[in-house]
Ligand binder design. Structure first.
Ligand SMILES: [Cu+2]
Length: 152
C-alpha cells in the first residue's frame, strides 16, 4: 500500500514537471511567430517543400568540385575528373530544390551537365573546358546571390 502511494507521488511530480516544461516550450514558438509570418508572406522565403538544410555549404561543394575537375583534367587524371564531374552534377541536384528561379535552375543544370559530358567523352581539351567552367562559375555566383536573398 505504501509503495503504491510513493509511486503515485512520483507520477504526480513527473506529470507536474512535464506540464511546466510544456508551458515553457509553448512560449517559444509564440515569440517567434512574427518572424515566421514574415517568411510566409515573402515570395523569396524558404518554402516548406524544400529540404531542411542550408544550401550555402552545397555552393562551396559545387565550387570545390568544379576546381577539382579543372585540376584533374589539366593533370590528365581522367578517372578522377569524371568522379568530380559526377559530384558536380549530384551537388547541383541538391541545390536546385532550394532555388525559385526556373531559368537559373535550368542554366545551372545545363552548365554542370555540359562539363560532365565533356569530361566523360574522355578527350577533354582543357581550353574548351575553360569556357564551360567560366560559364559555370558565373552561374554559381548568380545562384549564391539568389539563395542569399532567401531566408534559410
Ligand atoms: Cu531552401
Amino acid at each position: 500500500m505504501k509503495k503504491s502511494k510513493v509511486l503515485f507521488g512520483i507520477v504526480a511530480i513527473v506529470a507536474a514537471m512535464s506540464l511546466i516544461a510544456g508551458c515553457g516550450s509553448s512560449e517559444k514558438p509564440a515569440a517567434q511567430a512574427p518572424a515566421s509570418q514574415e517568411q510566409a508572406t515573402s515570395h523569396q522565403g524558404h518554402s516548406a517543400t524544400m529540404p531542411k538544410e542550408d544550401p550555402m555549404p552545397m555552393m562551396k561543394d559545387l565550387d570545390k568540385a568544379l576546381q577539382d575537375v579543372v585540376k584533374q583534367v589539366k593533370a590528365g587524371q581522367t578517372m578522377d575528373a569524371q568522379k568530380s564531374a559526377a559530384q558536380l552534377v549530384s551537388t547541383v541536384d541538391k541545390v536546385v530544390p532550394h532555388m525559385m528561379d526556373e531559368g537559373l535552375k535550368d542554366n545551372l543544370r545545363k552548365a554542370a551537365t555540359d562539363i560532365k559530358d565533356s569530361v566523360n567523352s574522355g578527350k577533354t581539351d582543357p581550353n574548351a573546358l575553360d569556357g564551360k567552367v567560366k560559364v559555370m562559375q558565373d552561374i554559381i555566383k548568380q545562384t549564391t546571390t539568389h539563395l542569399q536573398g532567401m531566408n534559410h
